[in-house]
Write a protein that binds this ligand. Structure first.
Ligand SMILES: [Zn+2]
Length: 180
């Protein structure tokens, strides 16, 4: 057989395929999914299922990842877990506590890392606090990278200090109460 014949036969074979996506650059014919039976466009010669859900149904889901974890931009461990047959994005410290108390956390319930290590998610390092209580602890510990957030001129600063003296913040403010 001449090389030209082979090319012609290959071209005829490819043009006879049903092109479901309206493209002509395919190399494999449509295939019936081994799970749901619908026709799909295989990505490679060994493709068997039309989609990941179909592949999982067929094998009982044994090869799906039970959970995936990574560290997010704020330094907390975050991940995807399975809950009630669905995948869910969770913060690991909240997920661990939900496992211990056996229910979902409410919106106002914060999970506090007792030893201050955001990635130490052992149950004994975690406690539930109301959002208010949690802020009281964490705001006091916050270190501002570039000093205090307000940038004031000396004049503005002394004006504020006069006001603070007048209303007695030095005696009754949070600093005086030992909260800051
Ligand atoms: Zn399928």
């Amino acid at each position: 057989m001449l090389a030209g014949d082979v090319r012609l036969i290959a071209a005829a074979y490819i043009s006879s395929m049903k092109d479901t996506l309206g493209r002509n650059n395919r190399s494999l014919p449509d295939l019936a999914c081994a799970q749901c039976g619908s026709m799909f466009r295989p990505a490679r010669r060994t493709s068997t299922y039309c989609s990941v859900p179909c592949a999982r149904k067929k094998n009982g889901g044994h090869n799906r990842k039970p959970e995936t974890w990574w560290i997010n931009g704020k330094g907390y461990v975050e991940g995807r877990v399975w809950a009630d047959g669905k995948q869910r994005m969770v913060k690991q410290h909240r997920w661990v506590v939900e496992g211990v108390i056996g229910r979902r956390l409410l919106r106002h319930e914060d999970v506090h890392h007792i030893n201050g290590d955001k990635q130490d998610n052992k149950p004994e390092n975690l406690e539930i606090l109301s959002h208010g209580e949690h802020s009281k602890i964490t705001n006091g510990q916050r270190r501002y990278k570039r000093g205090y957030k307000l940038s004031l001129t000396d004049e503005q600063r002394s004006k504020r200090s006069e006001v603070a003296k007048r209303i007695g913040l030095g005696k009754s403010g949070r600093a005086a109460q030992g909260l800051i």
